[in-house]
Design a binder for this molecule. Structure first.
Ligand SMILES: [Zn+2]
Length: 313
């Protein structure tokens, strides 16, 4: 066996052993990144759900106020929620008094059980969506990340969000009811620090997902967000920025996706053919472009076909 081959084999085995060991500790290694005064984020991987990442693919956050800690999204499992609580306790001894859930996707709310006894707040439509779809999401995540999910059950938010300005300590939080990524997407803008928690209305350097998308609503929501005096943008997935550039990139991709699917349907392409369409260079720096584009075709093709057939009739 050549030296190089032996070396690569050893390296390969080491990588496998390391990733299995990390996964087997079931430690998400959550580290609170300070993004503004009193404001912290746990930045997840820009990956799909895997056993290796345990479902830590999402950004969650918290704001420490003199009235207590406000949590934004609780992650993908009971274990994530518990580890988040521990990581918060290493930053402040103030209790968590309020939890906001931005939308009903599993990576954002399945840590809720860790915050039992605290007010968990979401848009009314989000609570309905969690009651309808939450159990199915949890089952699916068990299949994808396995034992990381042990003990995780759906705990739906227990309060419907009050919209507009909510004051916590000296933080003035604007609770916004938007839509487009799902039928109900909450964004939270802190007027005190200029931090926007956009939920999944904004993906950054990670291709957006569309299982419940409505592009018209999504573009309108992005217009609303762009008008805010944002100093720090915390997307639902991907790195934090101090510019609004990710919003423009979202608009660009949504418009491209909408046009590309429309054209493919009008040209009579099958779904499989549409999935082979050449993807523009400018989107290739976004993680999971190819796989999410294919998924979007699966999610959206039928509704575009129905539109075209309606027009013909
Ligand atoms: Zn989502």
């Amino acid at each position: 066996m050549s030296y190089l081959l032996k070396f690569s084999l050893i390296l390969f085995v080491q990588i496998i052993v390391t990733s299995v060991t990390i996964a087997a500790n079931f430690d998400y290694q959550l580290k609170a990144t300070k993004v503004a005064e009193n404001t912290y984020v746990f930045v997840g991987e820009t990956e799909d759900f895997t056993f290796e990442n345990g479902g830590n693919i999402v950004n969650t956050g918290f704001i420490v106020t003199s009235d207590g800690v406000v949590v934004i999204d609780t992650g993908s499992s009971l274990r994530y929620g518990n580890q988040m609580k521990e990581a918060i306790a290493s930053v402040t001894d103030k209790p968590v008094v309020l939890v906001y859930i931005t939308h009903h996707h599993p990576d954002h709310f399945l840590g809720n059980q860790a915050f039992k006894g605290v007010g968990i707040v979401a848009l009314g439509e989000t609570i309905k969506n969690i009651n309808n779809e939450g159990a199915g999401f949890a089952d699916n995540l068990y299949l994808m990340v396995g034992d990381w999910m042990r003990g995780t059950d759906v705990l739906a938010p227990n309060h419907v969000a009050e919209l507009g300005l909510v004051t916590m300590g000296r933080h003035k939080l604007e609770i916004m009811s938007l839509a487009g990524h799902t039928s109900a997407d909450m964004a939270i803008f802190d007027h005190t620090t200029g931090v926007l928690f956009s939920g999944d209305l904004i993906f950054h350097k990670r291709t957006l997902t569309t299982p419940h998308a409505n592009f018209e609503q999504w573009l309108a929501s992005l217009t609303t967000l762009r008008a805010l005096p944002i100093k720090v943008l915390v997307p639902g997935h991907g790195p934090i920025t101090k510019t609004k550039k990710p919003i423009n990139e979202m608009v660009d991709y949504i418009n491209w996706l909408d046009e590309t699917i429309s054209n493919a349907v009008n040209d009579g392409l099958s779904m499989t053919d549409a999935m082979q369409i050449e993807l523009p260079e400018r989107f290739k720096t976004n993680a999971l472009l190819k796989s999410e584009f294919s998924r979007s075709i699966t999610h959206l093709y039928l509704s575009y076909e129905n539109l075209v057939f309606k027009r013909v009739n």
